[in-house]
Design a binder for this molecule. Sequence first.
Ligand code: SAH
Ligand code: DHB
Ligand code: MG
Length: 244
Amino acid sequence: MTWCIAVQSGRVNPAVQKKEFIMTQEQWTAVDHYLQDHLIAPDPILEAALQASVEAGLPAINVAPNQGKLLMLLAQLTGATRILEIGTLGGYSTLWLARALPADGKIVTLELDPHHAQVAQANFERAGVAHQMDLRLGSALDSLAQIAQEGQPPFDVVFIDADKANMPDYFKWSLQLTHPAGLIIMDNVVRSGNVIDANSEDVNVQGVRRLMTLLTSESRVTVTAVQTVGSKGYDGFALARVNP
Ligand code: SAH
Ligand code: DHB
Ligand code: MG
């Protein structure tokens, strides 16, 4: 289990400094459930998609419900009609994003694993949104090159959530394929805090670190990142708005 001591040297918010406290995974999960119970109405379609994913043996690495709802809100705030997702899994995050779309909106979602794609497609059909989905099977880098070649209209929102080693390239493609004032959302940019370990042998951590280096000198976006805890552990999101 992850243990995190929320007291550090240097300047600390007095609310945090007041007492030393230790947060556990158990607590993060309990609070996530509390927030979800209060803020996220039971949703048979989304729950069925998760259940089908579990039954099909997919890894439980989908966004949490409160994170999925955050994706929906961000897409709503952007007024998105075209969304690109890199990393579909069973389509749980995709279904949340679809909630933000108008009737003629579209999501292009990219998945390498045929089994994952099959579960996602069935989930889209059960949810009645398959007509809005363009699920592309294959390596996301190949699909992105293909999409660029097709000359599709640009996307309003991109959610990058596939293999972390390729995050820098996913970001570069996303920037190329996104509207001015569009939003690029990147999941898993903290990796239990391992993002600060320059010597990490984890290719995922090194992928995120190369992404961060790229973002440092990328003047075409306005970007930040926040750490998160919850049922999925200790991780984080980065948000980049494409400068108009
Ligand atoms: N966005 C999903 C979770 C995605 S998990 C959700 O929140 O519900 C990451 C997914 O990326 C997995 O399904 C994995 O098969 C896929 N993936 C891994 N490498 C990939 C690649 N090179 N191209 C496309 N998809 C890839
Ligand atoms: C993993 C991938 C994710 O996209 C995520 O949100 C959590 C974990 C993983 O591959 O372990
Ligand atoms: Mg993720």
